[in-house]
Every structure is written in structure tokens, then in C-alpha cells.
Design a protein around this ligand. Structure first.
Ligand SMILES: [Ca+2]
Length: 139
């Protein structure tokens, strides 16, 4: 059975000026996203469905304020701990679900990423403060 994210919220774009344009190797089209709860939500999960293509490799760069794990179809791809730095990832374009688990330590919070298949973090992602079994996979 597929994981049902219909009760997850649309990602809220965050615009805290403290981030400036960092990390600069992630394009501006990629927004910082979080839940609508902003800094009152300390651990946030965001996911996005992909439409599988033909087996080419997608590369990307991801980060989070403050600590993230980034998953593709439930597999851990990278961990991040510095929001001013982006972390490289790559995965086949037959993948189905991209997912972040990000924990905020203090102050502002956000998740940001950009991928060569054109996907960027924006309001099309789905976010939640809880992560039921299977949250980072299609299901
Ligand atoms: Ca923070």
C-alpha cells in the first residue's frame, strides 16, 4: 500500500534574511522550505514524488538548517550539518520519492535542494512534523 501523504501540508517557503544567498551553489529557484509552524516546529519531514524517466543519473545539492538526512526511495543518501554548505547527491531518474528529515537546533529552520531533473525545493513538496512508517518511500 502506498504511503498516504494527503494529510501532510504543502511546504511553506521561508524567507529569513539571515540565509542570504547561501549556499551559492544552489540556484535561487530552490527555496528554503519548512512547515507553516516555522521555528516552533523543531523536526520536520518533507517529501516529493518524482515521475520516473529513463535511467539517467540525476545529481543535486541539498542542505538544511540545521541537521538533515536526505533519502531517495527510503535509502539514506547523505547527512548534512552546516546550512551554509551544500552536499552533493546523485540517484537514478527512475527514483520515486525524495525525502528530507531535518532537525532545527536553534533559531531559523529550513530545507533547500536543487536537482538536475529540474526539481527544486518549493511549495510542491509535502511536509509534516511526524514521520509514520514508510514516510520516505512511495510505500
Ligand atoms: Ca536553525
Amino acid at each position: 500500500m502506498r504511503f498516504d501523504d494527503s494529510n501532510w501540508q504543502d511546504a511553506t517557503i521561508q524567507t529569513h534574511s539571515a540565509w542570504g544567498n547561501n549556499p551559492t551553489d544552489i540556484p535561487r529557484e530552490a527555496k528554503w522550505i519548512w512547515t507553516a509552524g516555522d521555528t516552533s516546529d523543531t523536526q520536520v519531514y518533507c517529501r516529493r514524488r518524482l515521475h520516473p524517466v529513463n535511467g539517467d543519473v540525476v545529481s543535486g545539492r541539498v542542505t538544511c538548517d540545521n541537521f538533515a538526512e536526505f533519502f531517495v526511495d527510503g535509502q539514506l543518501e547523505t547527512s548534512t550539518d552546516t546550512c551554509s554548505v551544500s552536499y552533493p547527491v546523485s540517484f537514478p531518474d527512475t527514483s520515486l520519492i525524495l525525502a528530507f528529515d531535518c532537525r532545527n537546533k536553534d533559531g531559523i529552520a529550513g530545507i533547500r535542494g536543487s536537482f538536475t531533473n529540474g526539481v527544486v525545493t518549493d511549495s510542491s513538496w509535502r511536509c509534516s512534523t511526524s514521520a509514520p512508517e514508510g514516510w520516505n518511500k512511495l510505500g
